[in-house]
Design a binder for this molecule. Structure first.
Ligand SMILES: C[S@@+](CC[C@H](N)C(=O)[O-])C[C@H]1O[C@@H](n2cnc3c(N)ncnc32)[C@H](O)[C@@H]1O
Length: 540
């Protein structure tokens, strides 16, 4: 529950000649450092450190303030003249009713550094104004509470001294949920920390702590509730789309939004895009909204369910097909289904009959459980007519323009699924250089030469060389001090796409010290396609 944010102001008149102490609090060095970083000049009261529950009443404190008693009509003039000599404290009014019962009078509160009737610390302009206008000075006090300080200031006040320097006031949000990553030494105080974070951030309803473990397959964090409602269904917006997701069951990382946008920008509205590990759809939804024909898949049933829901939320119709299967199987299935659907990218010279969209049940399409109805659902595809033909009159083979594979710890291992993917289709793919898809594969690298490292691993997985002029390595983000996330983009080489041997091992430098471009390629045509599927990597 959020606390009321009002602060009460109590006024006591003290005669000008009386000497009083305006601030009676002892400041520890830590308090001072927190105060110096803050916009407030009101020091925190001395709080008992190391408690594991939050007692907000400990933060109530009173400070003395010098005030000018003036006719109400003079208020604006007075404020203008006083400038920074005014009390400028967040959420505290610096003009209040006079305490002498005179409705036509006001008290204008001065900056807390002006502690006495001698106005030491005030500007000459202020002093002259007070003297010339013969203004009465008085002493009053203000009382503030827990609501006055920032989360960081409160945390620094309540945690044991030795934990203050790295007080954890930062967090990441996913909709109404804040997730923190508390170090072990802060765990005894975790519920108090969570409560402070929630109190100080009115948009939050839930604060969780990520525990060390991550679901190895589906990449979502295990977490525990620190404060607020146990409601993990979040709604977030990205790239003009809405995403509803169960944060306790699926992967979501707002830090990837630039990467999501970067790839979607690369797609043209007439492209066909295959998102192999789509999560809840941060590439797939915006691409479909843009007009691309999208096939999106995730092995996690919760991500799949979320994609189905997000498709509706974003009013996406026939051009988004959602699957729930292993990524390696999906690559082959999606290629078959796209072809079976009769999909053809309308070339510039082809007239597309607008609005003539057919819902097709493609032959061999994956039947996947629809979590909302419990009945099987089949991907639906909108078909544009007519089907394009080449200048020679031969029907051109249309497949995906882009594959996206964002499972950075193991996506490279799935690349063998592309080997022989278009075997026997050479003559239909009229201009292989242009028509073979681009693959965007995310990965991690700890190497000082990431271009070499990533390319070698890709080539090893695919069993063939990349065409260097099509390869681009994009740095995505740092994930650990010595570990970066990248996206390697390259055009599927014809040699691999049309390979007749499904499995082929290409050694990397680390496999062999004697490597040369050709000598380290070993063909293993005895391995069948089904065997290679059996040997699929577990997860990221
Ligand atoms: C790092 S997340 C990326 C999700 C999404 N593309 C994004 O950018 O937010 C990787 C996703 O791969 C999914 N995944 C893990 N193993 C998979 C597999 N064998 N086949 C398909 N998807 C898989 C996980 O469930 C997870 O949603």
């Amino acid at each position: 529950m959020l606390l009321a944010r009002a602060c009460s102001i109590h006024v006591t008149t003290i005669k000008i000649h009386q000497r009083t102490h305006s601030i009676l609090l002892t400041l520890t060095p830590n308090l001072l450092s927190s105060i110096s970083n803050s916009a407030t000049m009101i020091p925190l009261p001395v709080i008992q450190r190391g408690l594991q529950t939050l007692d907000r009443s400990m933060f109530r404190t009173t400070v003395n303030v010098i005030a000018l008693r003036i006719p109400a009509s003079m208020t604006n003039d007075c404020k203008k003249t006083l400038g920074t000599d005014l009390l400028l404290e967040p959420k505290i009014r610096n003009v209040i009713d006079s305490d002498d019962g005179e409705k036509s009078k006001r008290l204008v509160l001065l900056n807390l550094s002006i502690k006495d009737e001698d106005l030491k610390g005030a500007s000459e302009k202020t002093k002259t104004f007070i003297k010339e206008k013969n203004i009465e000075l008085t002493k009053t006090h203000i009382t503030v509470g827990y609501e006055h300080w920032t989360a960081d200031e409160i945390l620094r006040a309540v945690l044991p001294e030795e934990l203050v320097d790295e007080a954890p006031s930062s967090f990441t949000t996913v909709g109404h949920i804040a997730h923190m990553n508390l170090k072990d030494e802060y765990l005894p105080y975790k519920h108090m920390i969570g409560q402070i974070i929630m109190d100080k951030n009115p948009n939050l309803r839930t604060v969780v702590n990520k525990t060390d473990s991550i679901d190895t397959t589906f990449r979502f964090f295990k977490m525990e509730l620190l404060a607020g409602e146990d409601d993990m269904i979040a709604e977030v917006r990205e790239s003009g789309c809405r995403f509803k997701l169960d944060f306790s069951q699926v992967y979501w990382n707002s830090r990837l939004h630039t990467e999501h946008e970067r790839l979607v920008k690369m797609f043209s509205a007439t492209d066909a895009v295959c998102d192999v590990m789509a999560g809840v759809g941060p590439f797939a939804m915006p691409a479909a909204k843009k007009g691309c024909m999208v096939y999106a898949n995730d092995l996690n049933p919760s991500s799949y369910a979320s994609m189905l829901e997000n498709k509706v939320l974003n009013k996406i119709e026939g051009n988004l097909n959602i699957y729930n299967m292993d990524g390696r199987d999906f690559i082959r299935q999606a290629v078959k289904d796209l072809e079976a659907s009769g999909y053809q990218r309308p070339p510039d010279s082809t007239v597309v009959v607008k609005g003539k969209k057919t819902t097709a049940k493609p032959k061999g399409a994956a039947i996947t459980p629809d979590s909302t109805s419990g009945t099987p659902s089949t991907p639906t595809t909108s078909i544009s007519t007519p089907i394009s033909t080449s200048v020679t009159g031969k029907r051109s083979f249309k497949t995906f323009d882009h594959f996206v594979m964002n499972l950075p710890a193991s996506a490279i291992e799935f690349l063998d699924a592309f080997r022989g993917l278009f075997k026997g289709r050479e003559s239909e793919i009229l201009e292989p250089k242009k028509q073979l898809p681009m693959i965007h594969c995310h990965c991690f690298s700890k190497s000082e030469k990431p271009e070499e490292d990533v390319r070698e691993r890709v080539e090893a997985a695919m069993g063939g060389r990349l065409e260097l002029d099509s390869v681009k390595l994009h740095w995505v983000r740092k994930v650990a001090p010595n570990k970066d996330m990248y996206c390697i983009s390259f055009r599927l080489p014809a040699e691999i796409a049309f390979a007749s041997d499904v499995k082929r091992k290409l050694e990397t430098k680390s496999d062999s010290n004697n490597s040369s471009n050709e000598s380290n390629i070993t063909a293993d045509s005895s391995t069948s396609e089904s065997e290679s599927v059996e040997k699929r990597p577990k997860t990221e």
